[in-house]
Design a binder for this molecule. Structure first.
Ligand code: C2E
Ligand code: CA
Ligand code: CA
Ligand code: CA
Length: 269
């Protein structure tokens, strides 16, 4: 038992030590998980707003830990910080490619800033993905990726697009990318963050979505709204001209991709 003084310094030390121990444990577990291939992609449908047909899948990582499934929230930040996301991401790319073949649907893969910044990322992806199906791959990057060496990022994204992949900006509107900068970025899709979808009942939310829609039209970008949980959100987004939707209302992430949307569930809200 460490002796605690009344001075905050010692308690801070304890907290720091606890954090370091937790990270050491997590590191060991993640190393083992990489060696044992414990990461699995789950798939969430992306749906055409007019027809409600499935036009693609977003791939979301799950850790099939021996003690139970662990959601990305409690380990992915450390995997990114430590760089372990790089070998994990390589395993996921192989699974994503298998999913394209199995489901015959385009798949969107999340790529952390840390992965994109890795020298040789594009070359590695080119080898791992292989020759075909590039037009069925979307890479979702967040605006934080644009805070890295921007020239390098733009170069990488341009190469990936030249191969046929599409680039989506994830959580659009929550980060730093200025609207003006969008024009200079090699980007195809904007994903509207679910914070704006949640706020659609407020005037501010509608204004943000309206702005993103006109921006997308000006730059000829596709749009996906995420976090659609209710029928009124689906209706509002469709009226605002958002072409593609994703969210629990239309389907939760699962190990298997649904063939079609359950319309009864959707209309029941
Ligand atoms: P994200 O890319 O914004 O992914 C969307 C998250 O929202 C997912 O959480 C998804 O399950 C959840 N979601 C989907 N529909 C709804 C809805 O209607 N309501 C609500 N409340 N949530 C919804 P998840 O799977 O826990 O992923 C969290 C984050 O982890 C992702 O956010 C992404 O940033 C990161 N991530 C997930 N998979 C990968 C991966 O394979 N590689 C990398 N680098 N990052 C990943
Ligand atoms: Ca995403
Ligand atoms: Ca997102
Ligand atoms: Ca998000």
């Amino acid at each position: 038992e460490a002796k605690r003084s009344k001075l905050g310094v010692v308690e801070f030390d304890d907290a720091l030590r606890a954090k370091m121990l937790a990270e050491q444990n997590l590191r060991r577990e993640l190393d083992a998980a990489i060696a044992n291939h414990e990461f699995r992609l789950h798939f969430q449908p992306i749906v055409d707003a007019e027809t409600l047909t499935i036009v693609g899948l977003e791939a979301l990582v799950r850790w099939q830990h021996p003690a139970g499934t662990r959601m990305p929230g409690d380990w992915l930040p450390y995997a990114e910080e430590s760089g372990l996301i790089v070998p994990i991401g390589r395993q996921l790319v192989l699974q994503a490619h298998a999913a394209v073949e199995r489901f015959r649907l385009p798949v969107a893969v999340n790529v952390a800033a840390r992965q994109l910044a890795e020298p040789g990322f594009v070359e590695q992806l080119r080898q791992d993905w292989g020759d075909g199906d590039w037009n069925k791959l979307t890479l979702e990057i967040t605006e934080s990726a644009l805070l890295q060496d921007l020239a390098h990022v733009i170069d990488s994204l341009s190469q990936l697009r030249a191969l046929g992949a599409r680039i989506a900006i994830d959580d659009f509107g929550t980060g730093y990318s200025s609207f003006a900068r969008l024009a200079t970025l090699p980007v195809d899709v904007l994903k509207i963050d679910r914070a704006f979808v949640r706020d659609l009942s407020a005037l501010g939310g509608v204004a943000v979505v309206r702005a993103i829609v006109s921006l997308a039209e000006a730059f000829e970008l596709d749009i996906v709204a995420e976090g659609v949980e209710r029928l009124d959100q689906l209706q509002a987004l469709t009226e605002l001209g958002v072409p593609k939707l994703q969210g629990y209302l239309l389907g939760r992430p699962g190990a298997d991709a649904p063939r079609e949307i359950d319309l009864a569930t959707v209309s029941a809200g």
